[in-house]
Structures are given as structure tokens and as C-alpha cells.
Design a protein around this ligand. Structure first.
Ligand code: G4P
Length: 528
């Protein structure tokens, strides 16, 4: 098959939601449709189980299964689909943000009863920063929930998404009769039997026909028709270009648990969701169908087996073809690398592959050369930008608790920060090391992994930092910047890339600094 055809048939996407909205259940049902798994329950949830003895041990358990669920690849109607896993736990939100740089589109799952929740808001905000096309799936329609129109409003207001419903429920909760598919012009009747694979579908091209009244009763049919008229009057029709440019967002209703509305979602998804597209690099836009390979690392996963301390780096292929044993340029290190056993991911396994195409995710074994954000090419010196580093929320001094193991500690910290578990800062004034994390749990994870994987011990010391900001001085030599550096020298640090960082100890300090030094740019996100 030609490169262009391979590109056209690829859909690489992520499913995002607030925990418990039904992401795992929906993923599983999509895999069932693709024939990639045979029964429900095969996909392990990556969320922290309720009532687990310790959140932190639960995180370790998750890490064990998350290689298997990192990328779930399967075929459906001759389309190669790759679902990229996004961690459910809020302390690992940064992993999710980075994964979102490797998806070409997203499905957002919303619980019909809970509506838009906090984490959904954050994740959608990140998607919108990148204009990622979004489809919304409102889940758990078998339960009592909010009114459909109320939910559409909530999505527009809280998430700032312009919506176009492509299906609409007939009744809700106890009165739920089924779903009218605006996209396909048919009705699925709900029987409420979770064992039933696919519900009965009835073609209805004319809602005035007596067939609808016969099926759902005259009164329900009339109310539904009125509601649908209203909805179609208020919301715009689907528009392909607007969806693809992240400006209009189709909405589907259904119940993942009951496999209801899922096929409709998938059928529409494979038709409208974008294949891999061009990506901006440091020098030029790289088109997916260029002959030469290029790609970037968006995730690194340490091996869980203590005997094999290598790591798996996940590369998204941006252009050309990635071939086994071909020499590629590791641009940051100006170094040639060859990969003898690159993995491709399928639903329940990974396999060594000879060739991968744009949109595909390749897992390569690495002993410490690669880090998140690295670009690989066939020789061209380009860098893909846009992998975000967010200002951490928690900060602690890290101390060496075993002076005999200094080297191990340094190696451990370097590798864990390469993996994106935490960020490392070095204070300008005294060279002390500070660990910054998005979630509080990571401190325990780091301590545990340093000891078990690197044989090093560390202790922490509290450090009062409200927020850290990357500093772009505008003009390095300005008197103002010199004054800022002099007055704030106790609060300045360098990150791993040697970029200057300001530790503000309170919201007030940060506000004052921003006001006093308007020419200095204080950034809460750094892209590398
Ligand atoms: P998550 O990955 O987004 O965190 O959610 P997950 O799929 O694990 O679903 C969370 C809970 O919601 C699960 O129940 C799941 O069975 C239920 N659920 C998912 N989709 C639907 C749906 O369409 N209707 C209804 N009624 N429930 C749904 P649980 O009791 O927490 O877990 P489990 O013991 O059933 O696995």
C-alpha cells in the first residue's frame, strides 16, 4: 500500500474524562467492536481503585499494567485505530497532557448525571490550546441524569465547546427509550440488556411517519419530535472543516456499559476523525506524507522488571516510515541511533515490527539516551516543539541520605525526570536540588523507585513555593532584569535545560513581580 493510503487509514486518538465517567468501559467496547478483544473486562483500568490500601502502592500496580494499555491498536472497517491511554489520576495529569501532543483527535466522555467535572475542564482546555478535534460522548444514559439540552448548554458554557449533537436521546433514565441518530437517521431502541452486543436499529428517515409512533408511543414521539426540532434549530449542523479545525464538536449520547450508542460513535469517528496531519517543527512544517521519517518521543516508561533496567520510549511517527535497523538521527544529541526491536502495540500485546507509518506509535528500548520531547529524523536537524512542561504544584528539597550512593542517586534522579515523573531544579544561590511535582503522590513514588531501582536513598525537606515560573527576560542586559536577578537571587533556580526559573513563595509575590517587571515574561508552561 502506498504511504498516502496508509496515512489515510490511520486514526490516533485519546479518550479523556474525569475518573469514573466511563473511559475504561468505552475503550473496552471500542476494542470489542474492532474484534481486538473477545470479552469485556480484558482492559485493566488505570485508575486508582477505591479503598486501595495505599494510593501509592496502587500507583505502582498501575505502572505495571500501564505498558500494556499505553497504546491499544486495532483495525475496524479497514481503519487502523490507535487509542493512546491517558492516566485517570489527577496527580498524573502531566502524563496526559504530554500524551495529548501525540493524538490527532480526542473523545471526551461525560457522565450524564455528573455533567462536566473538574478534570474534564482542565483536559479540554489543553486540547483547545492545540485545536485538537473533539467528539463528546455523554455516557450512562441508562441512568437518571441531567436533561440532554441542559447538558449541551453546560458543555458550551463550562468547556467552551461549540457543539453539534449527532445523536439525541428519546427520554432519559427511567423513561429512556433509545437514541435517534441524527448522523445516520435511524433509531436504536434500548432494551437494557447489558449482555446484548448490539441493539436493534430501525431506519427512520421521516420522523413524521407512523412507524415512530408505533414503536415509542404517540405522546413520546410527539414530545421527542418537538425537542429535536428545537435542538436542531438552536445548534449548528455538522461541518467537517469546523470539526477538523477544533471549532465545532459533535456530541453523541449512549451507554458504554450497555454497548448502546457505541457503534454509532465509532462508525462516525472513523469517517470524520482526522488521519495524522502536518506538524510544526523548529524550522518548517513537516507533512505526514514526506518520504523521510521523523518522529518524537512523548512518553518514557521504565521497565518494571528489576533485571532489565532499560526503558521503553514511545515515539509518534510524524512523517515517512520508521524502519527497523535503520539509522536515525537523535537531533538533540547529534547522534545516530538504530533500533533492532521496535514494538508496535495491539490490544493485548506488543510485537516487533519492521515498518511503521505516520500516526503509529513505536516503542523502542532505550538505556538512557532518550527523553520526553526528543526528535528523531533521517538526518534533518529539526525539533518538534509543543511538549509541555507545567509549573509543578509541590516542591521539596531533595537530600542524599546515603553518601556512598551519590552516583546512583544522580543517575536515578536524571532518569526519573527524563521519564517526566518530576522536574528537577537547582537553586542559583547554593546549588541545592529541588524536586517539583504536579501531584503530592510523586514524592513517595520517587523515594520508592530511587531505592528499589537505583539503590539510592533520599530524604525531603519542605520548601515553601507557591508557584514556579519560567523566566523570559525580554532583554538579558536590561537594568530591570539585572535588578530582578539581584533582588530575587534567593528565589532563582535553573531547570534541567538550564532555563531560569523563579520560585514565588506566594500569589502576592508573583503578582508584585509581574507588576514591577512588566518586560519580563513569567511563564507557567514551558515547551521543550
Ligand atoms: P473511568 O475509566 O472513566 O474511570 O470509568 P470506568 O469505565 O471504570 O467506569 C466507572 C464506573 O461506571 C464503573 O462502575 C462502570 O461499570 C460504570 N459505567 C461505565 N459506563 C456505564 C454506563 O453506560 N452505565 C452505567 N450504569 N454504568 C457505567 P464501577 O461500579 O465503579 O466499577 P465496576 O465494578 O463495574 O468495574
Amino acid at each position: 500500500m502506498k504511504l498516502d493510503d496508509e496515512i489515510k487509514r490511520r486514526r490516533t486518538f485519546g479518550i479523556i474524562s474525569h475518573p469514573d465517567a466511563g473511559k475504561t468501559t468505552l475503550t473496552e467496547k471500542l476494542l470489542l467492536f474492532g474484534g481486538a478483544i473477545q470479552e469485556a473486562g480484558a482492559v485493566k483500568s488505570n485508575k486508582v481503585k477505591k479503598g486501595a490500601t495505599s494510593d501509592f502502592m496502587e500507583i505502582e500496580r498501575q505502572r505495571g499494567i500501564s505498558v500494556a494499555t499505553s497504546v491499544l491498536g486495532f483495525e475496524y472497517k479497514d481503519i487502523k485505530i490507535n487509542i493512546l491511554d491517558t492516566p485517570g489520576h489527577k496527580d498524573f495529569a502531566e502524563d496526559t497532557y504530554r500524551t495529548l501532543t501525540a493524538v490527532d483527535s480526542v473523545i471526551v466522555v461525560i457522565d450524564v448525571a455528573k455533567g462536566v467535572e473538574q478534570q474534564t475542564e482542565k483536559l479540554v482546555e489543553v486540547c483547545q490550546m492545540r485545536n485538537i478535534p473533539i467528539i463528546v460522548f455523554i455516557n450512562k444514559l441508562d441512568r437518571e441524569g441531567k436533561d440532554a439540552v441542559e447538558l449541551l448548554d453546560e458543555i458550551e458554557i463550562k468547556l467552551g465547546l461549540k457543539v453539534t449533537p449527532l445523536s439525541f436521546p428519546i427520554g432519559i433514565g427511567y423513561d429512556f427509550k433509545g437514541i435517534y441518530n441524527i448522523w445516520e437517521q435511524n433509531i436504536n431502541l434500548f432494551t437494557g440488556d447489558p449482555k446484548k452486543d448490539i441493539e436493534e436499529t430501525i431506519e427512520i428517515h421521516d420522523l413524521n411517519s407512523s412507524v415512530l409512533k408505533k414503536i415509542i408511543g404517540a405522546t413520546t414521539a410527539d414530545t421527542f419530535k418537538e425537542e429535536l426540532d428545537l435542538v436542531q434549530g438552536v445548534y449548528p449542523d455538522f461541518n467537517y472543516e469546523l470539526y477538523r479545525s477544533g471549532k465545532l464538536h459533535p456530541v453523541f449520547f449512549g451507554s458504554a456499559l450497555h454497548n448502546f450508542g457505541v457503534r454509532e460513535l465509532l462508525d462516525c469517528f472513523v469517517k470524520i476523525a482526522p488521519p495524522p496531519e502536518a506538524k510544526t517543527s523548529s524550522t518548517r512544517e513537516i507533512k505526514a506524507n514526506e518520504e523521510n521519517f521523523s518522529g518524537f518521543v512523548f512518553k518514557i516508561h521504565a521497565n518494571m522488571d528489576p533485571k532489565h533496567r532499560d526503558r521503553l520510549a514511545f515515539i509518534k511517527v510524524v512523517s515517512g516510515t520508521f524502519k527497523r535497523n535503520s539509522p536515525y538521527l537523535h537531533v538533540r544529541k547529534s547522534k545516530q541511533m538504530k533500533f533492532s526491536s521496535p514494538n508496535a502495540f495491539f490490544a493485548e500485546k506488543k510485537e516487533i515490527v519492521d515498518i511503521s507509518y505516520p500516526g503509529d506509535i513505536v516503542g523502542v528500548h532505550d538505556t538512557g539516551n532518550l527523553k520526553i520531547g526528543d526528535t528523531l529524523t533521517e538526518g534533518e536537524e529539526i525539533l518538534f516543539k509543543g511538549i509541555p512542561s507545567f509549573s509543578p504544584q509541590h516542591f521539596k528539597y531533595i537530600n542524599n541520605a546515603d553518601p556512598m550512593k551519590t552516583k546512583q542517586l544522580e543517575k536515578g534522579i536524571k532518569q526519573l525526570t527524563d521519564e517526566g515523573v518530576a522536574q528537577l531544579f537547582v537553586l542559583e544561590i547554593n546549588g541545592r536540588k529541588v524536586i517539583g511535582t504536579v501531584g503530592a503522590l510523586q514524592f513517595e513514588v520517587i523515594q520508592y523507585r530511587l531505592e528499589h531501582e537505583y539503590g539510592a536513598k533520599c530524604t525531603y525537606e519542605d520548601l515553601k513555593v507557591y508557584k514556579s515560573c519560567w523566566i523570559d527576560p525580554g532583554n538579558d542586559n536590561s537594568e530591570n532584569f539585572k535588578e530582578f536577578k539581584r533582588l530575587k537571587r534567593k528565589y532563582l533556580a535553573r531547570d534541567k535545560e538550564n532555563q531560569l526559573v523563579f520560585f514565588a513563595d506566594s500569589a502576592f509575590t508573583l503578582e508584585m513581580a509581574i507588576k514591577t517587571y512588566p518586560e519580563i515574561n513569567f511563564q507557567e508552561i514551558s515547551e521543550f
